[in-house]
Design a protein around this ligand. Sequence first.
Ligand SMILES: [Zn+2]
Ligand SMILES: [Zn+2]
Length: 185
Amino acid sequence: MVSTVLLASLLGAIAWTFLEYIIHRWLGHNARARPNPFAAEHVRHHSEGNYFAPSWKKALSAVLFAGALIGPSIALAGVLAGSSFVAGLIGMYVAYEVLHRREHSHPGRGSYTRFLRRHHFHHHFANARSNHGVTTPFWDWVFGTREEPGRIRVPSKLAMSWLVDGATGDVHPEHAGHYELIRKE
Ligand SMILES: [Zn+2]
Ligand SMILES: [Zn+2]
């Protein structure tokens, strides 16, 4: 029973990482899928840098999505496995929201979290057709959209607060190996 819950929630979490990729790549960046409500919010996230869609919209989408998914999941896998799958998926979705915000608001400590930031900011500032995954680069690797981030050139008006050294107004020396600021006159 415990193993059913663990396995089904793990599968749900993995399913979210796949959805995260699909939603971001196709709803967010594929011209044929636009306009759509996700793309409208996502374009603002790209053009304003620190803009995130309002939490109520995210919570409402998550509730509607979980509501639509729970019936078929239980019908297919039973009450325990089906509801654990949905719980794992929604749990990972929440983790994604937290991680994405933190990527924009904090520099990250470990080498992997810093790698994930470079993966994401390469998407923002170098090539929006690459690196769609936020919690993992795995699906970019599977679908051939993973690009190794080089030195990322960040327009100064979109710079993350953690990137800029308050004293000099330039890139914090700690991050200068991976990022540079570009200023438009
Ligand atoms: Zn972002
Ligand atoms: Zn994007």
